[in-house]
Ligand binder design. Structure first.
Ligand code: NAD
Length: 302
């Protein structure tokens, strides 16, 4: 941990126009949060259906605010209007800060970041919501790596206060300051952390998922493990948390962690080829039990 976000917060102009790449669980949540706190945001995806889902989720969350009397219908309409869905980079020339939130794959992210860099202005800040991939590594394809850093939100975005701001080897103070400022604008608590696979939170969390996976592979009952962890005092157990995160994201992020810390982390995915039992999380993924995103994971959802 380097410096508390607050030490950067006063050093940057506000973000007047944001952009997010990916309208999935995280991209949709980031768009909602930005819009709800008054910062207009372009939400870009490559699939029309994803944009529809992202907007549906935002409408649902604003609807709840309306039901609870926290917002009037005019306020809901105004805030929803802050989200501009798009399938193209057309208006990205006016964006001050972009959050990339596409799949957790270094090659895909590298290509998407290099692509958006062609459309934004020279002083725009690019950030990645990667869960695990090194920011220095993601910056390799960029022309302006000094304008790039990590901006790692947690799921669900509207409820989780923490945002990790990750400084890569070439990240400038100005990029960190702008990202910290945007996190604060969104009502979040930014913390500036060093760059390594998994940063701070997932460096702690993924070995926990790995331990859970081994326990399940050895025959433990996942519901029992969840109940025990709840009694231990955690708000939810590992199986439920994995359903929230998504098995695909957990497997991809687990692979990055295992590559980064081979001596300490068994991969959450893989296994099987060398005679070891397959990881429980990999088995879930292979059987399309992705979690809440497709309504079936460890638990079943409506
Ligand atoms: P998701 O699968 O729900 O969404 C990814 C979206 O990206 C999809 O809608 C897909 O169509 C879109 N996409 C793919 N390629 C694209 C491109 N070239 N341009 C624009 N959109 C594109 O995934 P998610 O759970 O939202 O995760 C996104 C990122 O956030 C990952 O890096 C993940 O590690 C990170 N993250 C996830 C969680 C979590 O709990 N799910 C938490 C923190 C961070």
């Amino acid at each position: 941990v380097k410096k508390k976000g607050s030490q950067y917060a006063r050093q940057s102009a506000p973000v007047n126009q944001a952009g997010v790449l990916g309208a999935g669980i995280m991209g949709g949540g980031i768009a909602y949060q930005s819009a709800s706190k008054g910062t207009p945001i372009l939400m870009k995806d490559i699939k029309e259906e994803a944009i529809e889902l992202g907007l549906k989720e935002a409408r649902k969350l604003f609807g709840k605010q309306l039901e609870r009397g926290k917002l009037s219908s005019e306020q809901v309409a105004e805030r929803l209007g802050n989200i501009r869905p798009t399938l193209s980079y057309g208006d990205f020339g006016h964006v001050d800060l972009v959050v990339e939130a596409v799949v957790e794959n270094p090659k895909v992210k590298g290509a998407v970041l290099a692509e958006v860099e062609e459309y934004v202005s020279e002083d725009a800040i690019l950030t990645s919501n990667t869960s695990t991939i090194s920011i220095t590594r993601l910056a390799e394809n960029l022309k302006r790596p000094e304008n790039f850093c990590g901006m790692h939100f947690f799921n669900p975005v509207h409820r989780m206060p923490l945002v990790e701001v990750i400084r890569g080897e070439k990240t400038s103070d100005a990029a960190v300051a702008a990202t910290v400022a945007y996190a604060r604008q969104m009502g979040k608590t930014p913390i500036v952390v060093n760059d390594c696979p998994g940063f701070l939170v997932n460096r702690v969390l993924f070995p926990y998922f790995g331990g859970f996976s081994q326990l399940i592979t050895a025959g433990a009952d996942f519901q029992r493990v969840d109940k025990v962890m709840e009694k231990f005092g955690w708000p939810m157990g590992p199986a439920y948390l994995l359903d929230v995160v998504g098995m695909d994201t957990a497997v991809h992020a687990g692979d990055v962690m295992a590559e980064g810390f081979p001596e300490r982390m068994g991969s959450l995915g893989g296994g099987g080829d060398d005679g070891r039992p397959q990881s429980a999380i990999q088995v879930m993924f292979d059987n399309d039990r992705l979690g809440q995103k497709n309504a079936k994971g460890f638990y079943a959802y409506e």
